[in-house]
Design a protein around this ligand. Structure first.
Ligand code: SF4
Ligand code: ZN
Length: 137
């Protein structure tokens, strides 16, 4: 399945009435009232929507594989996850970890803890990719 189609599958999840991390930047919030991307049929945050429009005018659009979620999918395919988020090569692009940071620190307003949590949060015990790899699936 093409990357575009894989990213577009997120739209169903995004339509569940909750807020979700933006698949383009990975941190800001999307819901069904934010912008739809011009590159894929999926919601992106308002700031990414504006950035996309500006880039389209200048002919410098961000490719889907440079999106936070696109890069995470590509890296998981090529390298697989690591045992701990702290040593995992996917840490900075991992949507699962980005969602955990959002739910644990950004949504409850614990903004001053976000930077240290980015360095130290380890959710590898709940990492589906890692579990699948451990079981040899
Ligand atoms: S949740 Fe899994 S894939 Fe994501 S950073 Fe942690 S170990 Fe890596
Ligand atoms: Zn965004």
């Amino acid at each position: 399945m093409e990357l575009k189609q894989r990213i577009e599958r997120l739209k169903t999840v995004q339509s569940d009435g909750n807020v979700h991390p933006c698949p383009r930047c990975g941190f800001r919030v999307v819901h069904t009232r934010t912008a739809l991307s011009r590159l894929a049929d999926v919601y992106i945050c308002d700031q990414c929507g504006m950035d996309e429009a500006l880039r389209a005018e200048n002919g410098h659009e961000l490719r889907l594989d440079d999106w936070n979620y696109g890069a995470a999918l590509a890296e998981l395919e090529t390298e697989g996850p690591d045992e701990s988020c702290l040593t995992c090569a996917h840490r900075d692009v991992c949507l699962q970890r980005g969602l955990a940071l959002f739910l644990l620190f950004i949504q409850p307003g614990r903004y001053e803890e976000v930077e240290s949590a980015k360095e130290s949060l380890d959710i590898s015990a709940q990492c589906d990719h890692y579990k699948a790899e451990k079981k040899g699936v």
